[in-house]
Design a protein around this ligand. Structure first.
Ligand SMILES: NC(=O)c1ccc[n+]([C@@H]2O[C@H](COP(=O)([O-])OP(=O)(O)OC[C@H]3O[C@@H](n4cnc5c(N)ncnc54)[C@H](O)[C@@H]3O)[C@@H](O)[C@H]2O)c1
Length: 449
């Protein structure tokens, strides 16, 4: 089985099935197609399947031209027809792993994909879970599902975990040139999975078990969450001390060793950093261990939107205005710069908290012209001179690079800058308030008439 599969991979005659064609699954499909494999993309969303088969991409990092090309060349087909997965020699699972309302892992998508795999699996397949999840998932969920079909793992079918490391919007580090960590249930499982990824990804890093691979991803994202929380707390510390946090970070970052630059902001967003550490915290709770760093980081990061709103209220107060009735324009709502991803964006909390206080909130984001949250449709406004001039406060939540921040500072009255986007502007009409304000007074500048 193993040798036959390795040979198919080597000759590019192995068919690759991908379950879940989102931010992770679609770029992966493109890489396998480019490497000469035939890819069967399976997704429960008929809309996504139709779009892709029509040669259109729904993911910003993947161009429609790339999708159209792999469809045209016969290297890719999307389907919502589960049995077609049975044709694949390799099945990669890239379905969502969100949190339930209780902040516990919502494993329903992984469970559904596991059940699908168990139904279509046949001897001679390699199956790899890519979804970020708690350590033990591959062994505890996928292994029994496959064994339930009578397969011996490592002999009949090969099973591994390999975390995806997609960074949406990152043009330097892509699916192809970001090293891929792989942990197999057995040595042969690891060997086959590594050969598969090695066929289209520049570097494969083998670890000794699926748990090590699962935990690698959680360490990476917990590391980010904890370090972002640290600089967020440092912003609050600096605010109380009247020191500019950006200046301190810039200075610390000149140290050529032992320091890594992280920047504060209005909170954390995206599918990974706010959620993944909770998978580990949950798993450890089942083992009677409390992950203190994870919990504290989550607490500090999730309090940042309220901190931003406090800054807005203080800025308005300084101008003898209340939040209630003030027109507040939120500038940038995607969870980070130059992408259109709104998942878990702290902008949603900032807007909700302002609305709860009675502000008249609008937003502008050229990447997110509209969005629906809890059944309510929100429509962005154009960034006109009038919208800037007439706002009582402009809150920069996401610092997209296509915004002219000098114009914002020139036209607005009050700018709450949570990202240091106005650092290189010269003083204009607006009072600019940063997260840590050495500066409420220092940067207060009268309009030049
Ligand atoms: N987005 C990122 O930046 C990123 C980075 C690294 C890892 N991850 C992880 O990768 C996994 C996938 O995330 P994503 O961002 O690609 O999600 P996504 O929401 O963009 O895409 C998931 C796709 O899976 C489909 N789907 C859901 N259930 C399915 C099922 N049972 N069968 C077939 N298709 C199904 C959905 O319709 C959707 O198209 C998650 O575990 C996530 O944590 C995401």
């Amino acid at each position: 089985m193993k040798d036959a599969l390795l040979q198919k991979i080597e000759r590019r005659t192995a068919q690759v099935g991908i379950i879940g064609l989102g931010y992770v699954g679609l770029p992966l499909a493109v890489e396998f197609a480019k490497a000469g494999f035939k890819v069967i993309g399976y997704d429960v969303s008929k809309r996504v399947v139709k779009l892709l088969n029509d040669g259109k991409s729904h993911i910003k990092d993947v161009t429609s031209a790339a999708v159209a090309e792999m469809v045209r060349s016969g290297h890719f087909v999307a389907t919502a027809d589960e049995p077609r997965l049975g044709e694949a020699d390799a099945i990669l699972i890239a379905v969502p792993t969100p949190l339930a309302k209780t902040r516990d892992p919502d494993m329903s998508f992984v469970m559904a994909a596991t059940e699908a795999v168990a139904r279509v699996a046949r001897r001679g397949q390699v199956i790899v879970l890519e979804s970020t999840t708690y350590p033990g998932t591959t062994r505890e969920l996928l292994q029994p599902a496959l064994e339930g079909r009578g397969f011996v793992i490592g002999r009949d079918v090969f099973l591994a975990f390999s975390p995806e490391r997609v960074d949406p919007g990152n043009e330097k580090w892509t699916t192809k040139n970001t090293p891929k960590v792989v942990g197999g249930l057995t040595a042969d499982c690891a060997h086959v999975a590594a050969a598969l990824y090695g066929a289209c990804i520049d570097r494969v890093v083998l670890v000794s078990s699926p748990e090590a691979a699962e935990l690698t991803k959680l360490l990476e994202n917990t590391f980010r969450s904890v370090n972002i929380a640290l600089v967020n707390e440092m912003a609050i510390v600096c605010d109380k001390l009247g020191v500019n946090v950006w200046e301190v970070i810039d200075a610390a970052a000149t140290k050529p060793f032992g320091f890594m630059r992280f920047t504060p902001g209005p909170g954390i967003g995206g599918h990974c950093i706010p959620l993944d550490p909770h998978y580990l915290a949950w798993k450890m709770r089942t083992l009677n261990y409390k992950t203190r760093f994870i919990d504290l980081a989550g607490e500090i990061n999730s309090e940042m939107p309220a901190y931003v709103v406090k800054k807005v209220a203080a800025g308005l107060n300084d101008q003898r205005k209340s939040v209630k009735g003030s027109r507040v324009l939120v500038l940038g709502i995607a969870y980070k710069r130059d992408i259109d991803d709104m998942r878990e964006s702290p902008a949603l909390d900032v807007m909700r908290l302002l609305e709860e206080l009675g502000a008249d909130v609008s937003y502008h984001d050229s990447y997110v012209p509209e969005f629906t949250e809890e059944g309510v449709r929100h429509q962005g406004v154009a960034l006109t001179d009038a919208s800037l001039r007439e706002s009582d406060a402009v809150v920069i939540v996401t610092d997209h690079s296509n915004v002219d921040y000098q114009r914002v500072v020139n036209l607005a009255t009050l700018v709450i800058d949570t990202r240091n986007a106005t650092a290189r502007t010269i003083p204009g009409r607006a009072r600019v308030v940063s997260l840590s304000d050495a500066s409420m007074k220092a940067r207060e500048v009268e309009a030049k008439s």
